[in-house]
Design a protein around this ligand. Sequence first.
Ligand SMILES: [Zn+2]
Length: 371
Amino acid sequence: MSTLENFLKDLEEIVSFDSGTGNVAGVTHAAEIMKTHFESIGFSCQLVDLGPAVGRGLFACNKPDADHYDVLMNAHLDTVFPDGTAKARPMTIKGDRAYGPGVSDCKSGVLAIYYAIKNADPKDIERLSIAVVLNPDEETSSGYSAEWINSIAVKAKRALIFEAARAGGELVRSRKGSSTYVATFNGSSSHAGNAHYKGANANVAAMRFALAAYGLADPDHNTTVNPGIMKGGSASNVISDSARIEIDTRYWTNEDDVALDEAIFKLAEATWSPRVTQTLTRTNHISAMPFSENTKELVDLMTQAAKEEGFDLKWVDAGGASDGNHIAEIGIPVIDGCGPAGGDFHCDREFLRIDTIEERIRMVSRFLHLI
Ligand SMILES: [Zn+2]
């Protein structure tokens, strides 16, 4: 069988059972299958317990005693799909595309790591120390695995993330970071007619605050601020005594992240309506994965690898975060989208471009030769 036929057979196997993030047994089953694959090419493997809420992660390495890794390769084992999806929508192939739950987000990326190593020049594998990290909970922001990934990434010179390439084949050279803020406002209620001025309207404060926060977005730096949720009040004839807003911020660099964070907390110190007080907390924080000097080197190397394999590579900057953002946070150069190309993720139209499978495997094998 050709590489492509083998790849599709292996892909069908790991798409054929449910592995939504909450399906601990399913995700662990995917890890076990990949463990067998990596052991078959001489890698030493470890299933890693990351707590009862998620499946096992897989660590695979050709030089387990190495004190550094030349490259870390990461992809995730979980999908967004509920139990029953694999049976209802098993993998199918129509023309140049494969369909099925997780077929390109991220099962083809998981397999592409294995195939790229398997097809690499054995001398390169002998020369390099390669760490493979497959995590079980990317689709829920890697809450149980980000620390584990970084405990390995910290020893790596560079990292490749095997999310699918974009539908047009583009890789991802940078990703925006994001933060979530929750502001709660406390006023006092009163009759809107008889005792209007006795009340202190929390909604008014919340609206003014939201507008001011929205105004912190900087088009020159392409930072954005989105007051995405607003809740407040109990009835139109009652002065609202409480309100709550949730705000999402996005930024390309860590400097912009810090500047936005300071500015939004400064807003929380002001008075937005008389006798209304507020508290602000940052409930979620993801660092930017910036396009830095270090990243540029990686981008150039991967572009060269593609060229040597006969195709031109294009790159995009993405607004959404991935595990690349966590790795970037500790200063390791990282690029994303190293898997075969696909699109329409997280819905029943999700597809994998079969025509990109072999070229991307060869590209990554070549990359290993160039580093
Ligand atoms: Zn996804």
